[in-house]
Write a protein that binds this ligand. Structure first.
Ligand code: ZN
Ligand code: ZN
Length: 200
């Protein structure tokens, strides 16, 4: 589970277990949720409009399966020039739950010792709800795109002087020094300078 907090307004989102008939019709629901600024991977993601979530929950005996789908639009700094770049995002996830100790025993008999370990979350026998906030949050954060560009052919920032090459050209010679080598050279110079001052 992802260790970021979800909006507190999401706490009320849940599936009522008693409403889920065993082997009955699945429950479906849809939500349109505002998402506040989200910082992830060192980037600030903004959501200019509410993110759409849909959920489908079904129950088979003591097992509950919750399927989540998500669709939204976000704005994040362009990975080349840092200007705001917009992208659409989609994601989905499946979450399995098992109710109570009875269900567990039954299932151990079925699966046997060597059964592959399924990622099933246990619910207390008396649990009356499945919280949706952590599920929605996981689907959202997992789907955050990286490397978003403001436009396909964004020319990015000059690695030498930082000029935005989309709006201006600079005097720096194209490809004169590989910026990675340049950084290394500067680090070595600084090291030499340090050693000289230390008198070594
Ligand atoms: Zn750009
Ligand atoms: Zn430049």
């Amino acid at each position: 589970m992802i260790g970021l907090p979800w909006p507190s307004s999401w706490e009320a989102l849940r599936i009522d277990v008693p409403a889920l008939k065993a082997d009955g019709e699945p429950l479906e629901d849809a939500f349109s949720l505002p998402v506040p600024l989200l910082s992830h991977w060192g980037l600030d993601y903004r959501f200019p409009q509410p993110v759409a979530f849909r959920v489908r929950a079904s129950r088979q005996g003591e097992r509950i399966l919750v399927e989540v789908g998500m669709k939204g639009v976000l704005v994040v700094p362009c990975s080349r020039c840092l200007a705001p770049a917009s992208a659409s995002m989609e994601g989905e996830g499946e979450f399995a739950f098992r109710l109570g100790p009875e269900g567990r025993q039954e299932s151990e008999d079925e699966d046997g010792e060597d059964a592959p370990q399924e990622d099933v979350q246990e619910l207390d026998a008396w649990a009356d709800r499945v919280e949706l906030a952590p599920l929605f949050w996981e689907v959202l954060v997992t789907a955050l795109p990286s490397g978003v560009l403001c436009k396909e052919d964004c020319r990015g920032l000059c690695p030498h002087c930082g000029a935005d090459r989309n709006v201006q050209s600079c005097q720096c010679e194209e490809g004169s020094v590989d910026p990675r080598l340049e950084a290394l050279r500067r680090a070595l110079d600084a090291d030499e300078e340090f050693q000289r001052r230390e008198g070594k």
